[in-house]
Design a protein around this ligand. Structure first.
Ligand code: HEC
Length: 468
């Protein structure tokens, strides 16, 4: 462990968060949608006197409880650990701004967990109406926890002018409501609610696919068709909500998406556009499988089909969330803090007074190492390595994800220096402006980074000798 810079080989620290978050999002959104599905299905079964439905719903409730409570809660805590390690400065800013929002969210979460346990264990033991009411308490508290978290997630992409105008002054808490109810708050809440409802249907199809269609054809048909209907609101309304969301995202953040779309003919996709395409393709495939197999031939809809739909839903969730993260690049909090923890307002200061001497994200051992190297032949390489860890490793690794060695392969010292100059100047027409933060530091520090990066890629002496 090498906190405060978390050096994760090959995948980089960002993908540790990503890998956990994708599963957490799939399960937590299902926890909300499923919360609505269960009492509604139960009420329907009671109304129609369908005891066979009750059995299925009860089985689903058990699966639901285990998946959402165990997996949902564990991955949720894991996100906390990983964001704190990968992005301490960003996490700290979020906590300072939203500590009460989080406290409230945890209360909803506690109510949600308690209600779900009570709901499951009182099955058939208490009055039906009361039981359904407990189901509703679960659903509403789960949804309210999303309502709270949504404000914090959207804040990172669109913190809004009011908050930005006081950022760094210590008066940020005064703008809590503006920051929380920021420009993308409502479209994102609508999008996520629709996704919750659709995921309730997707997971219910998994349970329903296991009903024996030959022994219980009517039961299977009924449950599958009713569950498939849960996907309908999303397919009708998602495109509109998505348009609404993009409409609220500032022009500057959409630059990467537009660049990719306008160059689709030429085959130049940006990553944001690629994730958008994956979302569209996987969603269309889900619609086709659910309509042609689940709806038209419910008896043939097997566990394999259900898993395929689930896998596609996972891919759609992953690509959509990844696209959202990419839209925010190079910031962790748009227009305020870059992904490597450098605040926009600190850039001038770091350039003048030095990054390594002034950043708080250098451990005592690293400072000692730096001091020791002073004046020795290694000084510049040590400076460079620490610059790389502090400023580049939030998004790059040496050899794995966005690998420096590969990106810089074949370049000489001077051409690496040219790239670093562009990163440092950070002018709006630089090709890197849209996705990389400015490289900050004094001329000596940047030279150190230059030496360090060249050391990574320079040809071995025997290769040089062979070429001569
Ligand atoms: C906010 C995240 C982020 C940070 C921080 C960041 N980069 Fe990048 N960098 C990117 C992205 C995204 C790409 C494009 C990757 C791709 O094309 O797959 C990239 C590409 C590059 C490339 C390849 C450019 C090319 O023309 O092919 C180099 C070199 C590079 N980065 C160097 C650096 C250095 C040096 C630092 C630290 C001073 C740094 N980056 C910090 C996100 C970042």
């Amino acid at each position: 462990m090498n906190y405060p810079v978390w050096d994760v080989p090959i995948i980089g620290s960002g993908w540790v968060i990503g890998g956990i978050a994708i599963f957490h999002i799939l399960v937590s959104h299902f926890a909300i949608g499923g919360g609505f599905y269960l009492p509604m299905a139960e009420a329907k079964a009671l109304r129609e006197g369908r005891d066979d439905w009750m059995e299925v719903i009860r089985g689903h409730a058990k699966f639901f409880l285990v998946l959402t409570l165990v997996f949902g809660a564990v991955t949720g805590v894991a996100i906390w650990f990983s964001i704190g390690l990968a992005s301490p400065e960003g996490t700290s800013t979020l906590i300072h701004n939203f500590v009460f929002a989080w406290a409230i969210e945890w209360i909803f979460f506690t109510v949600e967990i308690t209600a779900s346990i009570v709901y499951y264990y009182t099955w058939g033991k208490i009055d039906d109406k009361l039981h359904i009411r407990i189901g509703w308490i679960y659903a509403v508290s789960a949804w309210l926890s999303l309502v709270v978290i949504n404000g914090i997630l959207t804040f990172m992409l669109t913190p809004g002018g009011a908050w930005l105008s006081v950022a760094g002054t210590g008066m940020e808490a005064d703008k809590f409501w503006q920051a929380w109810l920021n420009p993308t708050y409502f479209p994102s809440a609508a999008l996520r609610t629709l996704i919750c409802i659709a995921l309730a249907g997707v997971w219910a199809l998994v349970t329903a696919s296991r009903i024996d269609g030959f022994k219980h054809p009517e039961l299977k048909k009924g449950v599958i068709r009713w569950s498939a209907l849960w996907l309908l609101p999303a397919f009708v309304a998602l495109p509109f909500c998505f348009g609404w969301y993009l409409y609220m995202v500032p022009e500057s953040r959409l630059a990467l998406l537009q660049l990719g779309i306008s160059n689709i003919g030429a085959g130049t996709f940006t990553q944001v556009t690629r994730t958008g395409l994956v979302t569209v393709i996987t969603s269309a495939t889900i619609a086709a499988v659910v309509y042609f197999i689940a709806w038209r031939n419910p008896r043939d809809f097997g566990f394999g089909h259900a898993c395929a739909v689930l896998f596609l839903a996972l891919a759609a969730t992953a690509s959509t969330e990844y696209g959202r993260e990419l839209l925010r690049k190079p910031y962790v909090i748009a227009n305020h803090m870059y992904s490597n923890g450098v605040r926009k307002s600190q850039v001038e200061g770091f350039n003048q007074d030095g990054y390594l001497t002034n950043t708080i994200w250098l451990r005592a051992e690293e400072r000692a190492r730096l001091k020791q190297a002073r004046g020795s032949g290694d000084e510049s390489l040590v400076v460079g390595e620490l610059m790389f860890r502090g400023q580049c490793m939030a998004c790059h690794t040496r050899d794995g994800y966005r690998p420096m060695r590969q990106f810089l392969a074949g370049r000489d010292h001077e051409s690496i220096g040219n790239i670093l100059k562009m990163l440092h100047d950070h002018s709006e027409d630089s090709p890197y402006y849209k996705f990389m933060p400015p490289l900050v530091g004094t001329a000596d520090e940047i030279k150190g980074l230059n030496d360090f990066l060249y050391e990574l890629v320079k040809p071995a002496p025997e290769v040089v000798a062979a070429a001569q």
